[in-house]
Design a protein around this ligand. Structure first.
Ligand code: SF4
Length: 409
């Protein structure tokens, strides 16, 4: 039965009146006429000797737009109260700065978990687009705070799948990053009811880890070594001898589609090999979200035009953006930048190196050619105004005498 008290604590902020107020502000902060014009003109524009290619799908996805709208709405509806957010609303530092400027504070953390000790029933709390763990949500409900839930529907679809796995006593093998907020939230729903029907999860981040799980499924091994290798990536009480008998695959919504498909195939084959060809103890649900897929496809299409280099704009901790960088790097020199300030000069660019996990400065990033084609895209958490700044700054370092019109500001 629904608890009416709890329902009251999830106010509906998406009313026409509130959203009208919010829209103006959101547009003002994140919109770009120039980027819209470029998109509408097919994503290709020539400025003197420079051609800019913009991927057909880029930037804010529907889930991020909704999360931002709700955070702006919360700032209006709960004006005068303390408003907190669990972690970052999305993985973009500029957006997070704007949210902070609305008076929304990030809840402090203790041992990697949100510290709820200072919250009172009167404080509003925003759950980010990636969701929050089941235990944190339960604790917030217990305190009685109004909860503004911005969790994306695509993330909640994954939760539905792992809950189903738990009900059917399948261990959820989650392709994702064990420390990522979304995967932690998903994993917390994969354990079923610990008293009545406990279930388990294991997170695999890549094909190398998947291969180790497959080996164990087919040939067994040393459980202690297995648990050490996957430390921090499995549920309490998980044992590889008991909990890899029936597995259901799910994934963080923003993973690389091809890698997720390979993870599924490898694990299905391993189960079938162990079980005499019978895959009944294996199930999978493709839970890569549409927005991630569209951005990856559009980037591949853009790369087929063979740009001389690619700029990927977005937060460095953004999973979907990181995967765009991986895709682009395989085809062209690629620079992952959080905003235009990283373009230091015609000769130098400061960009994030995925292997080093830090920003580095590269010189001679622009090829010495008479005509240059630059591909640009951005992750699902990157607003258009940041893309515009990147285009303008890039062109400012090139000897283009063609103004940005007809792409007007
Ligand atoms: S990237 Fe996908 S799952 Fe994440 S917020 Fe956007 S639509 Fe939702």
């Amino acid at each position: 039965m629904n608890d009416p008290a709890k329902k009251e604590n999830r106010p509906n902020l998406r009313t026409g009146e509130i959203m009208q107020l919010v829209q103006k502000e959101v547009d003002n902060h994140y919109k770009s006429e120039l980027v819209s014009s470029l998109k509408n003109s097919g994503g290709r524009a020539v400025f003197g000797n420079t051609t800019i290619l913009l991927a057909k799908e880029f930037g804010f996805c529907y889930g991020v737009e909704r999360a931002i709208d709700l955070a702006y709405a919360a700032a209006k509806v709960f004006a005068g109260k303390r408003i907190f957010i669990l972690g970052e609303i999305i993985h973009n530092p500029d957006v997070n700065k704007q949210i902070n400027a609305l008076g929304i504070r990030r809840l402090p953390e203790k041992n990697g978990e949100p510290d709820l000790s200072a919250l009172a029933a009167d404080d509003a709390v925003i759950l980010p687009a990636f969701g929050a763990t089941a235990s944190v949500v339960a604790a917030l409900e217990e305190i009685g705070c109004p909860i503004v839930n911005t969790t994306c529907g695509d993330v909640m679809s994954v939760w539905k799948r792992v809950r189903q796995n738990a009900r059917d006593s399948f261990t959820s093998v989650i392709h994702g990053k064990a420390g990522h907020e979304e995967t932690r939230a998903t994993a917390s729903r994969a354990t079923g009811n610990p008293d009545e029907n406990p279930s388990h999860y294991l997170v695999v981040k890549d094909l190398q880890e998947t291969a180790a799980v497959c080996d164990y499924i087919v040939s067994g091994g040393d459980p202690a070594a297995f648990l050490k290798k996957f430390h921090g990536a499995y549920s309490e009480g998980f044992h590889p001898d008991s909990h890899l008998k029936k597995i259901g695959i799910a994934n963080q919504t923003t993973m690389l589609r091809d890698e997720t498909a390979a993870v599924q195939n490898l694990l299905r084959d391993a189960i079938a090999r162990r079980d005499g060809g019978d895959p009944a103890n294996f199930r999978f649900f493709d839970t890569i979200c549409g927005a991630t897929q569209d951005r990856q496809n559009a980037l591949r299409e853009m790369l087929s035009a063979k740009p001389d280099l690619v700029l990927i704009v977005g937060g460095y901790n953004s999973s979907n953006t990181t995967h765009l960088v991986e895709i682009a790097s395989a085809s062209a020199p690629t620079f992952f930048i959080r905003d235009h300030t990283r373009i230091l000069s015609k000769n130098e660019i400061r960009h994030f190196d995925l292997a080093e996990k830090k920003e580095i400065v590269s010189s001679r990033w622009l090829p010495e050619k008479e005509k240059i084609t630059i591909g640009i895209t951005a992750g699902a958490s990157c607003p258009n105004n940041l893309i515009e700044d990147v285009i303008r700054t890039t062109l400012s370092f090139l000897e283009s005498d063609t103004p940005l019109s007809p792409l007007k500001k």
